[in-house]
Design a protein around this ligand. Structure first.
Ligand SMILES: *[C@@H]1O[C@H](CO)[C@@H](O)[C@H](O)[C@H]1NC(C)=O
Ligand SMILES: *[C@@H]1O[C@H](CO)[C@@H](O)[C@H](O)[C@H]1NC(C)=O
Ligand SMILES: *[C@@H]1O[C@H](CO)[C@@H](O)[C@H](O)[C@H]1NC(C)=O
Ligand SMILES: *[C@@H]1O[C@H](CO)[C@@H](O)[C@H](O)[C@H]1NC(C)=O
Ligand SMILES: *[C@@H]1O[C@H](CO)[C@@H](O)[C@H](O)[C@H]1NC(C)=O
Length: 168
């Protein structure tokens, strides 16, 4: 009985993983140049990822004004990406464990992210906490109000969870 249950568990595990981890195409250093500087734009709102000048900590959506706090260096580090502010040298991390509604913040320690091409529109990307289903989400369904925070949320089809990543 116990043996059967264990066997089922192991047989089911790959299926469970396959259903939660998106497997379209991972963006690696073959597709994004490591150490170059990028602008990251929310596909729905058109605002860019911005390290707030009010507190040098919050990561928000804001209209592009060519600010150095709106430019990001993508660093490929052993299988995932670190995303570093061009202006302040801080990394994008999380204010707590990745979950629905956890806010992105600038941190001094390297945090690691997986960048995937979006399954619906492969011109765009989704940025996940490494090995999770939690991806960047401009909160309130992509509200374009300047200063609206960026959070993690479980992947769903909402295109306010998709981003353009353009070299500057
Ligand atoms: C990127 O920069 C880091 C730190 O400056 C360096 O260690 C690494 O070799 C660089 N990678 C590439 C691909 O240039
Ligand atoms: C944010 O960092 C910049 C650059 O170091 C500094 O000039 C500014 O005073 C800082 N602002 C706050 C609110 O800490
Ligand atoms: C940002 O700089 C580029 C190149 O100098 C310029 O073409 C563009 O109009 C600027 N955008 C804004 C919003 O200032
Ligand atoms: C895919 O996204 C790009 C960039 O955001 C946009 O220009 C293009 O129109 C989109 N394509 C489709 C089919 O929606
Ligand atoms: C997180 O959000 C997803 C998608 O909206 C939802 O299906 C899931 O139940 C939420 N998870 C929790 C723990 O609330």
């Amino acid at each position: 009985m116990i043996f059967t249950r264990c066997l089922c568990f192991f047989l089911a595990l790959p299926l469970v993983l396959a259903s939660v981890i998106p497997r379209y195409r991972l963006a690696t250093r073959d597709t994004i140049q490591s150490n170059n500087t990028y602008k990251i734009t929310n596909v729905k709102a058109g605002n860019v990822v911005d390290l707030s000048g009010f507190d040098n900590k919050s990561i928000i959506g804001y209209p592009d004004h060519n600010g150095t706090n709106q430019r990001w260096t993508l660093e490929w580090t052993s299988g995932s990406w670190a995303i570093k502010s061009f202006g302040l040298g801080l990394y994008i991390g999380l204010d707590g464990a990745a979950a629905n509604g956890t806010k992105l913040v600038a941190v001094s320690d390297v945090a690691t992210w997986d960048i995937w091409f979006d399954e619906v529109n492969a011109s765009n990307y989704r940025i996940f906490e490494h090995n999770t289903i939690q991806n960047w989400d401009l909160s309130d369904y992509g509200n374009s109000t300047p200063g609206n925070p960026i959070q993690t949320w479980a992947e769903w089809k909402g295109f306010h969870q998709t981003w353009k990543i353009e070299q500057q």
